[in-house]
Ligand binder design. Structure first.
Ligand SMILES: [Zn+2]
Length: 109
């Protein structure tokens, strides 16, 4: 899967193959060198944040009491979230996960 990149100087967008993750490339338009970031840990963080948001919305924006089906959905969301957290923990180390969570809590509050 190609990685989408954007030049930090002129904002010209493009895509490079996976192998360029972590490597430096030169903008074809303005020749500014910049680093290609691997999109994977970030997209998983975004997915986790979206999952938390979904669960929060489901739990708070509801006036009726929760039905059995809602609990199953919440359990599924919780399970998926724990899976993502453990995957991230294995990938990045727990120090990063705690930092991400502290940041996420600040965003949600
Ligand atoms: Zn550029």
């Amino acid at each position: 899967m190609p990685i989408n990149i954007a030049c930090p100087k002129c904002f010209k967008g493009g895509a490079v193959p996976d192998e360029y993750a972590g490597k430096k490339v030169k903008c074809p338009a303005c020749k500014t060198p910049f680093q290609v970031f691997s999109p994977n840990p970030e997209s998983k963080t975004v997915a986790a944040a979206a999952t938390v948001e979904q669960a929060t919305r489901l739990a708070s924006d509801r006036k009726k009491p929760l039905t059995a089906r809602d609990y199953i959905v919440l359990l599924g969301v919780g399970g998926a979230l724990i899976g993502v957290i453990f995957l991230l923990g294995a990938l990045l180390g727990w120090k990063w996960i705690i930092a991400i969570f502290k940041a996420a809590i600040q965003i949600f509050h």
